[in-house]
Design a protein around this ligand. Structure first.
Ligand code: FES
Length: 118
C-alpha cells in the first residue's frame, strides 16, 4: 500500500481547508491547515450525517478559529474535531490520518485501512 499525496501545505490558506475525493467520487475528506499543522476529517457532520459544506468549499468560521458546518453552524476544534457549539455539541468529527512530509500533506492509507478493519 502506498501513501497518497493530497496536496502541498503551501497549497492551503492559513487557516484554510480543502476537500478531496479519495475514492468515493465525492469530496469525502477535508484537510485543514492551521499554521504548520494539518488535520483531516471526514466531510460528514455528526448532526445529520451530511457534508459540512452546504456552501461548497466553506469549512471554517469567519474569524478562522473553528471548523464550521455551513448547514446549521456547528463549530468544531481544528485539533481534535470536537464539537464545541451548535446542534451536535459534544460529538466529534471522524478523524482521517494525515501527516506532513517535506511540505507534502500525505494521507496515511495504512492507518485508514487499520481504522476500517476495527
Ligand atoms: S448538519 Fe452540520 S450543523 Fe446541522
Amino acid at each position: 500500500m502506498t501513501d497518497r499525496v493530497l496536496c502541498r501545505l503551501d497549497d492551503l490558506d492559513d487557516p484554510g481547508a480543502k476537500a478531496f475525493d479519495i475514492g468515493d467520487g465525492r469530496p469525502e475528506v477535508v484537510v485543514f491547515r492551521v499554521g504548520d499543522a494539518v488535520y483531516a476529517y471526514r466531510n460528514d457532520c455528526p448532526h445529520l450525517n451530511i457534508t459540512l459544506d452546504f456552501v461548497p468549499g466553506r469549512f471554517i468560521n469567519l474569524d478562522g478559529t473553528k471548523i464550521q458546518c455551513s448547514n446549521h453552524g456547528a463549530r468544531f476544534n481544528f485539533h481534535d474535531g470536537h464539537c464545541v457549539w451548535g446542534p451536535c455539541r459534544g460529538e466529534w468529527l471522524e478523524r482521517v490520518a494525515v501527516r506532513l512530509d517535506d511540505g507534502r500533506v500525505i494521507l496515511d492509507e495504512a492507518a485508514a485501512a487499520a481504522d476500517n478493519s476495527s
